[in-house]
Each structure stands twice: as C-alpha cells, then as structure tokens.
Design a protein around this ligand. Structure first.
Ligand code: SF4
Length: 362
C-alpha cells in the first residue's frame, strides 16, 4: 500500500525544486514533453511549472484519449446511434464534437445513447434487452484496450458490437520527435499506460531518437523527480530509459493484458484528431471477431471528418506547440460549459484542465 501523502510533501518538493535549479543548464530552453492528461492535471493543479527554472518548459502532448479521437469516428458513432442502435460510451465521450454532431446532439434528436462506467456494464445492458442492438464505443489508450479485449474474447451476446477506437501511445511520441520546430529534449512517459505496455515499449526513444525518457507516476513529487532525472541525463550528455514509477511499472508490463490485446486486435494506421494518420497507432478487431465489429455490422465507414471547428487550435495544443491560453477562443467562446474543441471536453483535455484550474477571467 502506497502512502500518497509522501508524494505530496511540500518540503520534499521544495528540496527537489532546489536541485532542479542547480542541475538545469544556465541558458537555452529545455523542453520536456509528457503525453498524459493525468500528468497535465498534476502539473497544473499543483502549480509545478512555477517551481521550475525559467528555461525549463514542460509541455503536454496528445495524452487525452477522447481529444485524439478523430471527428470521423465520432461521426461513425453518431450514425450508428441515429440508425436506432443503442450506443454506450464513457461519460466524457458524449460531448466530443463530430463533424456536425456529438453523441449528445444525437441523443437530443431521440437516439438512445447511454453512459456506462465500463464495457462490462454495456454487455449487461445488452443481455437484459436481447431484442435491441447495442454498440460499445471503445475509446482509450493501452490502459483501457485490455478491458475491451477481455469482453470480446468472452464472446458476448450477438446483440452487442464494438466501435473500436483505441489508440497506442508510442506512435504518438514518435510523431512528436519528427516535428522539427517542436525540439523536444526529453519525454515523461505515462504511468498508467506503462503499467500495461511496460518500460520496454519506450526503448526506441533513447536508442533511436537519443531522447532521455522517464516513466513517471502521477503524484507531484513523481513528476518533479522525473524532470530532475531527465535534466540529470541532459547534464551528463546521456539518453537513457529510466523508471521513476517502479512501484507500479515493470520492464515487461502486464504480460497477460498484452496477450489479451494480441489475441483480439490487429494494429493498423489510425487517424488522430487534427494530427492526421499515424502509422501503426490504432487497434482494430481481428478478422475472427468481425461479427462484433460495429462498422461492419451496420455498414458504417466514414473516411474524412471535420476535426477542427473554425478557430479551434486543438491540433497545436495537443502537440504542446501552443498553450491553451494562446488559442483565441479559450475562455471567450470555448469554455467547459460550452466547449468548442475536443480539448475542452475530455477531463484529460489540456484546455479543460487549464480552464478548471487557472483562474482566468471569462
Ligand atoms: S480553447 Fe477550445 S477551441 Fe481553443 S484549442 Fe482549446 S478546445 Fe480547441
């Protein structure tokens, strides 16, 4: 049992911050990128950026699962719902904008869209109402994909299918290394995804991209210490893979969960909202489970969607190129109450986290 207060001790935070100041390079910007909405929440909520030397920037990459889901896949869910199928999804998916409509709009038009807490809840609903068709909108990274896999492998009732929109984190990190004018100097890798895929999944970043990479937990001291570990590598001219979150993450990760995903999904290229198609970044159901594929079952295939409403800068926020406050719509017309872009919808969206945490006059 981990005692979380240990990881929130202000005195320890002060001491790590002091060390950060002694180890940081005196000049030049060092840009450290995380790819996790929960890391962004910790950093923003606890004001960790204010403890860093001025030339150390921690930026947020595409780590919010609902934000990265492209409009075309929201459109698919909306179309399925408007065909009379009961679409089940997690709560923060409801308001994510599609090209024209969100699932909430479809619900307002009379579609049966229901919020569930887990994929198992969706299966139970389908079992209780055998005459209705159900679809589960499966969104999320490698953390949630195993829970979809396990239910598919159990061979659920025929009246439920899956609209699989799971995405993989390492390909998104690779994209960030290729954006030349972003110039990232190190990665903080996401703790919860790493519990599944293990440390080994990030080996390529130091080896191929010479990028110091540290897997970190979600408490304030975890993040501060990860920043320290990256700065230390930079000072020593190294690029290594290190594990700050050893209390939860192993080298191999959760081998059982990986096996479930391997049995259920193939890996294919996938669209990311505003970022285009990333190679080998999406899970899709294997051929043997095609009868559970909602796209096949209901004849849905939407190739292109409108990812960005006019003026929305989500594509730049999601790669850490701009801060939410640099979007002209932020807290003027785009607010948590009336979101315009996906990053203001999801609880792990950078714009929403900033809007909820930072006291900005509306
Ligand atoms: S403030 Fe709204 S419109 Fe602007 S980037 Fe964020 S979510 Fe998109």
């Amino acid at each position: 049992m981990v005692e979380h207060s240990k990881f929130r001790d202000p005195e320890l935070a002060r001491r790590i911050a002091e060390k950060l100041h002694t180890i940081a390079p005196e000049s030049g910007i060092v840009k450290i990128c995380h790819v996790c909405g929960t890391h962004e929440w910790t950093i923003t909520h606890f004001g960790l950026r204010s403890l860093l030397p001025q030339n150390i920037e921690v930026i947020a990459g595409p780590g919010c699962p609902v934000c990265v889901t492209p409009a075309s896949e929201i459109d698919e869910a909306v179309q399925i719902a408007l065909k009379g199928v009961t679409v089940t999804c997690f709560g923060d998916v409801l308001r994510v904008p599609g090209s024209e409509k969100s699932l909430l709009d479809a619900k307002a038009e009379g579609a049966d869209v229901r919020v569930v807490y887990s994929v198992a809840d969706a299966i139970k609903m389908a079992e209780k109402e055998p005459r209705k068709d159900f679809a589960f909108f499966a969104i999320g990274f490698e953390t949630t994909a195993p829970s979809t896999a396990v239910e598919v492998l159990k061979k659920p009732p025929k009246n439920i299918s899956f609209l699989v929109s799971h995405r993989l984190i390492p390909p998104a990190m690779e994209l960030l290394t290729r954006i030349e004018d972003l110039r990232i100097n190190g990665f903080i890798a996401p703790g919860h995804v790493s519990t599944i895929i293990g440390l080994k999944a990030y080996e390529i970043f130091p080896k191929l991209y010479h990028m110091p990479t540290v897997v970190a937990g979600f408490e304030p001291l975890d993040v501060l210490f990860a920043v320290y570990m990256i700065l230390k590598q930079i000072k020593n001219g190294e690029a290594r893979l290190e594990n700050e979150y050893a209390r939860a993450v192993s080298w191999d990760g959760n081998v059982k969960a990986q096996e479930l995903m391997r049995q259920t999904f193939d890996i294919s290229d996938g669209e990311w909202r505003g970022l285009g198609k990333l190679p080998l970044s999406a899970f899709k159901l294997k051929k043997e489970y095609i009868k559970y594929d909602a796209r096949e079952k209901f004849g849905i295939k939407i190739k292109h969607g409108k990812d960005l409403p006019p003026g929305c800068q989500c594509h730049l926020v999601m790669i850490g190129k701009i801060k939410p406050t640099e979007c002209p719509l932020f807290m003027k017309v785009c607010t948590p109450q009336k979101p315009i872009g996906a990053c203001m919808v999801g609880i792990e969206g950078t714009c929403r986290i900033w809007a909820k945490t930072i006291n900005i006059p509306v």
